[in-house]
Design a protein around this ligand. Structure first.
Ligand code: ZN
Length: 320
């Protein structure tokens, strides 16, 4: 293990990540990373983190989670620059393969630096693409960087027990169903009830299959649920993460669960995101040598996204 050389929070920032933006008037458009960083600067936090340049993943790394067929299809559609991956929500564009590979590579680099103690904690905006399945892109998500991170922690670092906490408005179906039968991946997903919102999954009775029964916790929230509802369910989330005794904690802090998002109907403020970030840092200090990786996730109101992500990074910086 290299000697610790930076006990600060790492934030990934740069052109490679900014490339992951769908063209035209797509809700997942450009300017998301920039809006976040502007807010970081307005809050005087930009000097309190170590900025790291995006890293492009090798195909081999992407295929730790995804099928070769899916990766090759993304490459081919990226070269053509036209078409859609699903029913139209997730269009191809020229260079989409490289853009998605930068998202994956940056999260994998963050894991490496956390595991080698070169970063205390890390945040990767744009990442947290939780809908992509092993063999398909969907819901604006081409490659599932979370799945690649889970596979990397196992194959590269011998980590067995992993906790994944997802507070994005949408259920993280791509992660949930990939690990539904895996008893060592503990998933807590609090989201707007699937009866009202894409992808329509994540019912409370789904707790994991077979030997994995009890290793998953879905908490569907009614449309309109705000901070008080979030804070009310939080103790269950935290108790579950402690019960998991994880060796690594991943937080997907999608900002589309804030009031005013154009695609969802929850009404949190950044205070919910700050709470989740701070509490998970505390749990991580107790259970897993402080290892926390936060990923931006969704968020289609730029002002909300900027404030929620900045609140999480502030928690990563300021939690002892
Ligand atoms: Zn979302």
């Amino acid at each position: 293990m290299p000697i610790a050389n930076d006990n600060r929070v790492c934030v990934y920032l740069g052109e490679g990540l900014a490339r992951y933006a769908f063209p035209g008037d797509h809700p997942f458009g450009g300017g998301r990373m920039e809006a976040f960083w502007d807010e970081m600067m307005r809050n005087g936090l930009d000097g309190s983190v170590t900025v790291r340049a995006p890293v492009m993943a090798a195909q081999e790394a992407i295929e730790r989670f995804h099928t070769h067929t899916h990766v090759e299809r993304v490459k081919a559609m990226s070269a053509r620059g036209v078409g859609t991956f699903d029913d139209g929500d997730t269009p191809a564009f020229s260079g989409v393969y490289e853009a998605a590979a930068y998202v994956v590579g940056s999260t994998v680099d963050a894991v490496k630096r956390i595991m080698e103690r070169a970063c205390r904690r890390a945040f990767v905006p744009i990442a947290g693409l939780h809908h992509a399945a092993r063999d398909a892109a969907t819901g604006f998500c081409i490659f599932n960087d979370i799945g690649v991170v889970i596979e990397t922690l196992r194959s590269g670092y011998g980590v067995r027990r992993i906790a994944y906490v997802d507070i994005d408005a949408h259920h993280g179906d791509g992660v949930f169903y990939a690990y539904e039968a895996d008893p060592q991946v503990f998933i807590v997903d609090v989201h707007e009830d699937g009866r009202y919102l894409f992808p329509g999954t994540g019912a409370a009775h789904e707790t994991g299959r077979g030997a994995a029964a009890g290793s998953k916790l879905n908490i569907p929230m009614p449309p309109g649920a705000g901070d008080s509802a979030f804070l009310q369910v939080w103790p269950r989330i935290e108790a579950f993460v402690r019960y998991a005794r994880p060796e690594f904690i991943i937080l997907q802090c999608g900002a589309d669960s804030l009031a005013g998002d154009p695609l969802a109907n929850l009404r949190y403020s950044p205070a919910s995101h700050a709470h989740a970030g701070a509490r998970l840092c505390e749990v991580a200090e107790e259970c897993c040598e402080g290892r926390v990786l936060a990923l931006g996730g969704g968020g289609y109101n730029l002002d909300n996204l900027a404030r929620a992500w900045t609140a999480v990074v502030r928690a990563l910086i300021e939690t002892p």
